[in-house]
Ligand binder design. Sequence first.
Ligand SMILES: C[S@@+](CC[C@H](N)C(=O)[O-])C[C@H]1O[C@@H](n2cnc3c(N)ncnc32)[C@H](O)[C@@H]1O
Length: 305
Amino acid sequence: MTSSAAQGGREVDARRRQSRHRVLIALAIVIAVSLIVNAVLGAPMSYDPLEVIKAYEMNAAEEDASESEPSLRVELPREFIRKYLQASDVALDAGGGTGANAILMAEVCRKAVLLDLTPGILTLASKNVAAAGMSKMVDLVQGDITNLRQFEDGSFTFLLCVGDAISYVLDKRFEALRELVRVVRAGSILIIGCDSKLGFMRMKLAEGEIDEAQAIAESGECFCGMGPRTHLYTVDEMTELLEAAGCDVIEVASTPTFADTMDAAQYSAPAQWAKLKALELEMCTSSELLGMGLHLLFVARKRLA
Ligand SMILES: C[S@@+](CC[C@H](N)C(=O)[O-])C[C@H]1O[C@@H](n2cnc3c(N)ncnc32)[C@H](O)[C@@H]1O
């Protein structure tokens, strides 16, 4: 072999080695990125109120619209409020949003207090409460359900916390539940709504996101539609937490079930919507359906002793 042929061979070998190196480096990057993504998707995270505030400041107008548009996610919990709220009650709406539920409660009971974490949401709540002529009946308070220091023990006789504040508090859910129970009198009704672990897994699988469904199975968390990280509960988990906090669970519902598992828009005509809502209400406490929808609702009573 001539020396120039030998040199040509060495250059070809060097190029092959370089391209093998590049492939190996690219593979290592892909593996590292997927490990990081899996760790982020799968690992439980700590509650950061600033992240929740940031998300709701950004989505305040959307949240306001979603509380008044036809949606069984907000309409079904209202049926449970109507069922349990008494005229003599003093009610706390914790994580109350832009006020639709607090206004509804104040129309029935003696007084309602709406507490929310997000200043921009409270500004919209103030406008809505004034527009409904209920400013004297609804107090607005900025605060966090993980620490309700503004309120003494037993300040309220009815407590509503729906729309997932109890999911957003992640690892602080134990403190939050203790606080929610502390501020109501013995014998009071609490209605607590949260994100559903099995419901979110079902949704992710339906969307082809099997890795996310697997990550939820492991961590019990994911990022929700509005953006914040959310803790997803099973019926057993929330039941145990409520019982440990001193309550008995009276009813558990999926709010909604059918409408979260199909295209509900096909029933948007008023008469059809009324029929769908009636069917959902009739079936939403069926144990066979709990966990299919995206939200669970718990009605509990604080024990007398
Ligand atoms: C999806 S909205 C629900 C509003 C209303 N409860 C409803 O069901 O229509 C969630 C609300 O909870 C509030 N929130 C989230 N985390 C909270 C916390 N730790 N303490 C108090 N409010 C919180 C948000 O600012 C937002 O207004």
